[in-house]
Structure formats: C-alpha cells, structure tokens
Design a binder for this molecule. Structure first.
Ligand SMILES: [Fe+2]
Length: 160
C-alpha cells in the first residue's frame, strides 16, 4: 500500500490569499483590458507621429500582458483562482480608445486615461496589501513602476 503525503498548496494563510485576490484581481482585469485596447490603438493610430506611437503602443501592450501575468500568478500562487475571461474583463472595465482611425494625440490621451484607471487600482492594491501580504504588495509596487514608465513614454509626446 502506498502512502500519499499531502502538503498544503501554499504557505500563505487564507487571509493573505483572500486579500491578495481582492486587491490584485481588478489590476489583472484592468491590465488585460489595457493590452487589448492598446492593440486597438496600435492598429488605428494615424498622423505625423504614426511610427513612434504605433511601436510604443506595442510596448505598452507587452508590458500590460507581462504585468497581468505577474499579478494573476501571485493570486494563484496563494491558492485562489483567477477569473479573467473576456466576458469578465468586458463587464468590469471600460475604455475611451476610439472604435476607428484616430489621430495620435487622441489615441495617446485615451490610452493614458485608461492607464490612469489601472494605476489607481494598483495604488489601492499597494495601500490595501500593506497589512495583508507584503510579497503581494511588492508585486503591485513593481507593476506600478512599470505602468508609470510606460505612461511617461506615451504622455511625453504631448508634453510642452
Ligand atoms: Fe503590430
């Protein structure tokens, strides 16, 4: 007869897991939406700064996808599932990115506004996770630093 040893799925407690899921789930959904809407802007951008913005938006998309993965995997590492189905992302997020072709200034303004919503959720996660789980808070801090860098790269095109 074989003996099966059971080990807990995670070393973190249920409070750390629940708090991490509470604060990082909106971040995952916002970043997944940013990745999709960033591609939308990448395809439809027009105007004098086309190539710079077109390429930069791909960087924003890649960065959003990497950060979404980081946040989602932190939740799962603590033992809870993630619901980031397209229908869930659509229900919980919105975007000002235009449906059709748009000038680069309008695309930047829309994507930066979308980023600001995610940055606010990330800040809420940083504040909320301070008493919950410092490792999850660390993940949120890293995501915020990257988002703010991408935001700078985009908004610098409009700065005086
Ligand atoms: Fe492309």
């Amino acid at each position: 007869m074989s003996k099966t040893q059971t080990i807990p799925m995670t070393a973190a407690g249920p409070e750390a897991a629940a708090g991490t899921a509470q604060f990082l789930t909106p971040v995952v959904l916002g970043l997944q939406a940013l990745a999709v809407n960033g591609k939308q802007a990448h395809w439809n951008v027009r105007g004098a700064n086309f190539i710079a913005i077109h390429e930069l938006l791909d960087q924003v998309v890649a960065s959003a996808q990497a950060s979404a993965d980081l946040a989602a995997e932190r939740i799962v590492a603590l033992g809870l599932p993630v619901d980031a189905r397209v229908s869930t992302v659509a229900a919980k997020t919105s975007s000002g990115v235009p449906a059709g072709f748009a000038q680069w200034q309008d695309e930047i303004t829309a994507v930066v506004a979308d980023m600001d919503v995610v940055i606010a959720d990330v800040q809420a996660a940083i504040d909320g996770l301070d008493e919950v789980d410092l490792t999850s808070q660390d993940v949120a801090i890293a995501i915020k630093a990257d988002l703010e860098k991408q935001r700078w790269f985009l908004s610098a095109h409009l700065a005086a």
